[in-house]
Ligand binder design. Structure first.
Ligand code: NBP
Length: 483
């Protein structure tokens, strides 16, 4: 019997499309789905003329695979992954490879990597991005886990991944949960990019008074320049879409954003790692606020609603200038978001002992995934520079870019504040930028307050950093060296 190259467990949206992608590239998958009717339907619809094997049980699946066995799990993240691994594990042998391609939490992947290693089984946690289309025609793949698995699975996954200039968007990221960690950051950045675009749309509509077609034209034009990206491109298309009555469809879509938790994981992880990931945090909070629809309606009635609060739109003659400003604001804030995302990955790499390849990460997000953009090529170049800058904002190219965008960015934030249009991501990014480049900040006041009420001590700018001082604020005002 001809053995299959890879077993696929789960024929949902992603599993089915990855199976077809593998088949297109000359690999022979063997597919299994818990509900057998789904497998039958898949084979009836797509099996014609393809060399795809089918299994009715885990035993059958395992018996149809060559050695070492490679099994890709495309099931819902969480308990289902553990349940499948539990059933598969007794059927596997040392050296076999189990790949979890779902949106799993990286801590679960760390655990599964260790648990399966105890049985000699190589676990790979692989982030997959690009949705249905990506899975079918070229996703961005972020694998990590048991390094011994990589030489065995590399060719197969690089063959099905998206490519930029011939380079596959699939590179090994490190031990344990490194792959799922990078996927989590990708998702967090996706939250930030989406929030920034939504804020700019709201300003265009409620402060500049643009029609949906004018907004769409603007995004389409921006997509030809520095902001070129998948999300800008689809926003132009979304704004042009009409409902059955001919009115813009977006205005009929309820303004409550859903989420599957990966943004919250990213924000949480940033706090755990003491990294100021403000923009993604704001994007998560904005989704949480959006979900409180009934409360917002009541508040609008009581406090006055936007745009009724400031009914005056920017005069038409000034619109073009404001649109340029919004372009620059979007670009600069996006730069802050990626700066913060890479800061967090740098901290996580140090904490987990991962040698994350930052330039490669930028490259593997260049195509096949939701945050794909032209701008990621510049990030890749930045990480190739010698010496590597401590953060993207200190890279000579990005420093010049953000300075050139600053005036428009401030103008946009002032527009939002003046018109009462919420723009938490645009404005928090500007506050981060101002805080980041402030050599003498306001934390001296905080340190003095902490010492005043809690004797928490402070360091002095005119003394060795190792020395800590306390002032007897309510006593004689004298200062003492504490350590
Ligand atoms: P779907 O919801 O389309 O499919 C889920 C699959 O999991 C089905 O095949 C289902 O089998 C199977 N499954 C479940 Br649920 N519990 C199981 C169990 N205990 N044992 C065996 N199989 C089980 O999901 P999807 O959209 O294909 O996503 C799969 C993974 O990929 C998820 O982790 C998702 O977050 C991730 N992901 C999705 C996208 C996307 O755009 N959709 C993008 C990137 C990553 P059944 O037919 O018997 O219910």
């Amino acid at each position: 019997m001809t053995k299959s190259d890879i077993g696929i467990v789960g024929l949902g949206v992603m599993g089915a499309n990855l199976a077809l992608n593998l088949s297109d590239k000359g690999y022979r998958p063997c597919v299994y789905n818990r509900t057998s009717s789904v497998t039958s339907e898949f084979i009836e619809t797509h099996g014609q003329g393809r060399d795809i094997a089918v299994a009715d049980s885990f035993e059958q699946l395992v018996s149809q695979l060559g050695s070492p066995r490679v099994i890709l799990l495309m099931v819902t993240a969480g308990r289902a992954v553990d349940a499948v691994i539990e059933q598969l594990r007794p059927l596997l042998e040392p050296g076999d490879i189990v790949i979890d391609g779902g949106n799993s939490n990286y801590q679960d992947s760390n655990r599964r990597w260790l648990e399966l290693a105890a049985w000699g089984i190589h676990f790979v946690g692989m982030g997959v991005s690009g949705g249905e289309d990506g899975a079918r025609f070229g996703p961005s793949l972020m694998p990590g886990g048991a390094a011994a698995a990589w030489p065995i699975i590399r060719d197969m996954f690089q063959a099905i991944a998206a490519r930029v200039g011939g380079v596959p968007c699939c590179q090994w990221l490190g031990d344990g949960g490194a792959g799922h960690y990078v996927k989590m950051i990708h998702n967090g950045i996706e939250y930030g990019d989406m929030q920034l675009i939504a804020e700019v749309c709201h300003l265009m509509q409620h402060a500049l008074g643009l029609s949906h077609d004018e907004m769409a034209d603007c995004f389409a034009a921006w997509n030809g320049g520095r902001l070129e990206s998948y999300l800008i491109e689809i926003t132009a298309r979304i704004l042009r879409q009409r409902d059955r009555d001919g009115s813009p469809l977006v205005d009929k879509i309820l303004d409550k954003a859903g989420n599957k938790g990966t943004g919250v994981w990213t924000a949480h992880d940033a706090l755990d790692n003491a990294v100021p990931l403000t923009l993604i945090g704001e994007a998560v909070h904005a989704r949480l606020l959006s979900a409180r629809k009934a409360e917002r309606i009541a508040a609008a009635a009581l406090l006055g609603s936007v745009p009724a609060l400031v009914p005056t739109l920017v005069p038409e003659a000034e619109r073009a200038g404001y649109l340029d400003a919004l372009h620059d604001a979007l670009y600069a804030a996006k730069l802050v978001s990626y700066t913060q995302g890479f800061m967090l990955m740098q901290a996580a790499a140090a904490k987990n002992g991962w040698a994350l390849p930052f330039g490669d990460i930028a490259l593997l997000w260049r195509a096949g995934c939701i945050i794909r953009s032209r701008f990621l090529a510049d990030i890749k170049t930045s990480f190739e520079r010698e010496p590597v800058p401590p953060s993207l904002l200190q890279d000579p190219f990005f420093a010049a870019e953000i300075k050139a965008s600053e005036a428009g960015w401030r103008q946009s934030v002032m527009l939002a504040v003046g018109h009462g249009v919420a723009a938490p991501a645009l404005s928090s990014a500007l506050s981060f930028y101002d805080g980041y480049r402030c050599a003498n900040g306001s934390a001296n006041i905080i340190q003095a307050q902490r010492d005043f009420f809690g004797a928490h001590t402070y360091q002095r700018i005119d003394s060795d950093e190792a020395k800590h001082f306390h002032t007897r604020w309510l006593g004689d005002g004298g200062e003492e060296i504490v350590s």
